[in-house]
Design a protein around this ligand. Sequence first.
Ligand SMILES: *Cc1c(COP(=O)(O)O)cnc(C)c1O
Length: 340
Amino acid sequence: MAKNIDWANLGFGYIKTDYRYVSIFKDGAWDEGHITEDDMISLSECACVFQYAQTCFEGLKAYTTEDGRIVTFRPDLNGERMENSARRLSMPAFPKERFVKAVTEVVKANRDFVPPFGSGATLYIRPFMMGTNPVIGVKPATEYQFRIFTTPVGPYFKGGAKPITIRVSDFDRAAPHGTGNVKAGLNYAMSLYAITDAHEKGFDENMYLDAATRTHVEETGGANFIFVTKDNTIVTPKSNTILPSVTRRSLMHVAEHYLGLKVEERPVEFGEVADFAEAGLCGTAAVISPVGKINDHGKEICIPSGMEKMGPVLQKLYDTLTGIQMGRIEAPEGWIHEIC
Ligand SMILES: *Cc1c(COP(=O)(O)O)cnc(C)c1O
């Protein structure tokens, strides 16, 4: 029985669901893992996660397709990315095959919380892991927890996507040669001051330039950039210090193989931005949010076809990818993972 939730008016907040997944790493191995109702974690005050922030996470969503199946989108890529994040933070990788199985189990257990097709809402899935044993000398933990909880979230845009205004940030999202390519709280902690400051000054997001030279476009706090040139080429920044977005990689594939557009993943100089016809941010939550204006220290760059609504090329990309996700358009092999 579906839960009695007002799906259309859900926001993006935490709502406790019935079940979560836990696996423990101890004596050099992960245990078999289990589903639990217990949402509380009790740890030593000296746990490595509290002292040295040894933790990383993932984010994906489960949703109901047009024909009533509950599915997730490319969870294997989230599992692979979490393996990479874990290794970079000296944590044992939770194997990606087990990651997909655990996601499947926890969504199935919480299937009554998966919003119905057409509501625009989804069940957000949050895998995360952390070093749990006491560590005071600077070294990685030897014991870990891998967990997954889920929470229903509302439609990202209520009443259509409105183009946002972003500003070029004077803060860096991540250290120049550091951990910008891992999905981890440490990068988000670094961005909290910058995003609060941006909001206070009337901007929706920060555009981070590369920390080493401040000449190239990186990403925002939690989404990759995708641009469209005046001759309809899709351009996305290539950098070792941004997070490889599953949405961005999927959009680039769709642009090339479904829409026959030219695609380029390459370094993007900030100076080029004024020449683009369309700009958007991509990530799991919104798929694409259009960017209307970019403020560079008081100098405004207006993106010509994205001021009122999403530009036509990004809209086409958005419609095609969401069509694939919802089962209206045939998906490439392996993109849609059926839960039940
Ligand atoms: C999660 C995240 C993204 C978006 O990735 P998706 O896999 O598309 O959701 C982009 N940038 C950062 C820093 C992120 O943490």
